[in-house]
Every structure is written in structure tokens, then in C-alpha cells.
Write a protein that binds this ligand. Structure first.
Ligand code: PLP
Length: 432
């Protein structure tokens, strides 16, 4: 064993015994693969293996890795100011980012709160909704209605609106606030709309609206809850019901925002404008953790209508200048790029190349929307075996639940994507 390999052996051993990875047991940790470099759409492992990235690092790295423009923006910012507190102070990167976001989101959304992550952006959205009704003197509205099959993050408020069965409700029962769950949408994005899909939300809002602060949902794409794409009429119907019962609508676009579904925001598919919008993941192009929660001036001013009143949130690293500089560069890159054509090209390639998998015996469904390609199995696959098989084929894929999916960087080449889809089909066929 050479020196580098021996050192990696030692580091991996320490990792296994002392470092917690996402959703893992320290008693029985799963395999982890050491990465030494990322470049373009490639992940370089310590043993020299080069992987084509099918995951965009959990859907964030839309421009790929080691992006000169974002690197330069961060280097330029770090030389001047890595961080300064946001309480009572402000700086150009944060104000410029707010300017960009306000120009990008539909009216009347025009007030931005910078949060440290997606989960925190959701927590802030929930707080905004509760404080909005407090501000209106209607204290009874403190619960949330959501749809089954959702995922909104791992902090407690966010967890309470995740799917109650596949989420973590059982484990934390007694500690989590209890929310109202409507049936998940069943009509798929490209399906024939059936108004009865809204029956559950309709009935629950009629029964509970007086105690509901807001409806929170992922528009069009239910991501980590199962990778399902639902019909735009469903979203339009929920928006209508929210207006009817005067309940706020929170759209969690943390996974769908910034072009992933083929529109800048998934709400655009339905022409719906939420009252509160959560952003995250691709906001910094996958460089750093940043979330944003946007709302209208009317809601913002109801939350804290006077001096001495406040939206009660303010994390230590709020509006971090490096993070905002990365987000500014990422948004400029996105808006200057032909992202819509790119996503359309990825969508048609994914559709064409994944279609043959639908005939495989293990496969229950194949679906594609924008730059998201999903193979759903009848039974959950062995995550570690499938991940390892992908690596031996030169592709980074991380299945979850019953799905093997890809959300590649939007800049991926047709050849690289072809490799990903070929490996997905091969894994689905069980030929590994
Ligand atoms: C990933 C995700 C979150 C949580 O974001 P974190 O940055 O992991 O806290 C919330 N909502 C949706 C829809 C997500 O996909």
C-alpha cells in the first residue's frame, strides 16, 4: 500500500468510528467513498475512479463543480469580508441577492429572509404564517395543512409536515406538533385531470380552516417523499381553496426552484403565486448552504406592524457574505445561460433513454419531468449494492425508497447523460 492509500485507510477508519453521515447508524455505518476532487460533472474518488454525477449533490450543483465564475466571486468576497453579523449591519452581497430574487419571483413577493438552509427556510415560513395570524389578532390559527408524500426538511417544524408514514413521525410522536394531512395527489403531471383529486383537501379545509395558519406543499414535484409529479390543476385548486378559506399558501420550492422542472419555479406550471415561498438547494449553485423565505409586503407588515414588534428569527450566520456572493454568481450564470433549452433537451433525452426500462419486470413506473428522471421499482432496492454497482460503471447514483433517479447538473453533456441513463437501465435490469 502506498502512502496516500495508507493514509486514506486510516482516515476512513476514523470516519467509520467517529463521523456521523446523513441518516446512518454509528453501530452499523454503511460504506462511504472518499472524494478528492470535483470538476464539471465529475466526482474524482481517492482511488482514481472518476464518476459522472447523476445527483448534483442532492440536486444543488446545477452548474456542475469547480465553476470558475462562482470560484472567482467567492475568492473576491473572501479577500474583502468573509463574514459580518447581519443584526444592525448590511452589505452589498446580501442586498444584491435580495434584488435578484425579488426580480425573479412573481409579484407580490418582494420581501426576503435569508436562512441558513432549506429546513430553516421552512421553519421561517411556518413562523411567518403563525405570526401573520397573531398580527391579525386571530390566535387560533396555529396548525398547518399539508399533503401526504411530502418532504420539507429535518428540523422539528419541517418534520411535522413531512409525510407521516415515510417521515419520522412515529419516532418523534409526542414531541412533534400535530398537523392536518390531506391525501396525496394521484393524477400525474401528464395525466387526465380529475377534480375528485382535490376532495380530501377540500373536505379538510372546510372542517379545519379556523385553526389552519397555512397550507404548505411542494409544488408539482414531491421530491424526497417519493419523486412524484402531480397535475398543475391540483396546485391551482389548492390555491383557490386557500383563497376561499383565507388560509395562506406556502410553496416549498427548495428542490424545484431555479429551473429544475423546466420552469424557473414549479408554481409557474400552474400560474400560481404562493403567499410565502421557500428557496434553497440550487440557490448557491451547490457551493454553500443557503435558504431564502420570501413573502409579500402586506404579509410582512402584518407579521410585525409596529416598532418593538418583530419576525422572531435571526440566525448567527444570517446573510453570510460569502454565501450570498456564491448565490449572486450562480444566479447570474443561470440567467445568462439558455437554461430552458438545456432542461428541455435533458427532458427529451431522459424520456427517450429511460423509456425502455418501463418494460422491465422489477420496474413499476418510469417518469420524467424537466431534468428529473425516475425509475420506480415495485420493491425498495438495496441502496448500497446499487450505489456500488453504479460506481463500478463510472456513475454516481444514490437511490432512495423505491426509486433510482437522476437529477443531473443542468450543464451535463448528452454523452455524460447517456452514460447515466445506460447505467440506470442496466441496474434496473439487474444485470450488475
Ligand atoms: C432538501 C429539501 C429541504 C431541506 O433543505 P436542507 O437544506 O436539507 O435543510 C426542504 N424542502 C425540500 C422540498 C427539500 O427538497
Amino acid at each position: 500500500m502506498n502512502h496516500a492509500a495508507a493514509e486514506w485507510h486510516r482516515l476512513l477508519d476514523f470516519d467509520r468510528r467517529h463521523v456521523w453521515h446523513p441518516y446512518t447508524s454509528m453501530a452499523k455505518p454503511g460504506p462511504v467513498y472518499p472524494v478528492v476532487r470535483t470538476e464539471g460533472c465529475q466526482i474524482h474518488l481517492a482511488d482514481g475512479t472518476v464518476l459522472i454525477d447523476g445527483m448534483s449533490s442532492w440536486w444543488c450543483a446545477i452548474h456542475g463543480y469547480n465553476v470558475p465564475r462562482i470560484n472567482a466571486a467567492i475568492a473576491d468576497q473572501v479577500a474583502r469580508m468573509a463574514h459580518v453579523m447581519f443584526g444592525g449591519l448590511t452589505h452589498e452581497p446580501a442586498v444584491r441577492l435580495a434584488e435578484k430574487l425579488c426580480a425573479l419571483v412573481p409579484s407580490p413577493l418582494e420581501v426576503a429572509f435569508f436562512a441558513d438552509s432549506g429546513s430553516v427556510a421552512v421553519e421561517v415560513a411556518l413562523k411567518m404564517a403563525v405570526q401573520y395570524w397573531e398580527g391579525r389578532g386571530i390566535a387560533a390559527r396555529k396548525r398547518f395543512l399539508t399533503i401526504r408524500g411530502g418532504y420539507h426538511g429535518d428540523t422539528f417544524g419541517a418534520m411535522s409536515v413531512c409525510d407521516p408514514d415515510t417521515g419520522m413521525h412515529g419516532l418523534f410522536r409526542g414531541y412533534l406538533p400535530s398537523q392536518v394531512f390531506a391525501a396525496a395527489p394521484t393524477v400525474p403531471f401528464h395525466g387526465t385531470w380529475q377534480p375528485s383529486d382535490l376532495d380530501s383537501v377540500t373536505a379538510l379545509l372546510a372542517a379545519h380552516h379556523a385553526t389552519i395558519a397555512a397550507v404548505i406543499l411542494e409544488p408539482i414535484v414531491q421530491g424526497a417523499g417519493g419523486m412524484r409529479f402531480y397535475h398543475p390543476e391540483y396546485l391551482r385548486g389548492v390555491r383557490r381553496l386557500c383563497e376561499q378559506w383565507e388560509v395562506l399558501l406556502i410553496a416549498d420550492e427548495i428542490a424545484t426552484g431555479f429551473g429544475r422542472t423546466g420552469r424557473m419555479f414549479a408554481c409557474d406550471w400552474a400560474g400560481v403565486v404562493p403567499d410565502i415561498l421557500c428557496l434553497g438547494k440550487a440557490l448557491t449553485g451547490g457551493y454553500m448552504s443557503l435558504g431564502a423565505t420570501l413573502t409579500s409586503r402586506a404579509i410582512a407588515e402584518t407579521i410585525a406592524p409596529g416598532a418593538g414588534q418583530a419576525l422572531m428569527h435571526g440566525p448567527t450566520f444570517m446573510g453570510n457574505p460569502l454565501t450570498c456572493a456564491a448565490a449572486n454568481a450562480s444566479l447570474e450564470l443561470l440567467l445568462e445561460s439558455p437554461w430552458q433549452q438545456r432542461v428541455a433537451r435533458l427532458e427529451s433525452q431522459l424520456r427517450q433513454e429511460l423509456a425502455p426500462c418501463a418494460a422491465l419486470p422489477a420496474v413499476r413506473d418510469v417518469r420524467v419531468l424537466g431534468a428529473i428522471g425516475v425509475i420506480e421499482f415495485h420493491d425498495p432496492p438495496d441502496v448500497h449494492a446499487l450505489t456500488r454497482a453504479g460506481i463500478t460503471q463510472g456513475v454516481w447514483l444514490r437511490p432512495f425508497g423505491r426509486t433510482l433517479y437522476t437529477m443531473p447538473p443542468l450543464v451535463i453533456s448528452p454523452e455524460e447523460l447517456r452514460r447515466i441513463t445506460a447505467v440506470m437501465c442496466e441496474l434496473a435490469a439487474g444485470r450488475h
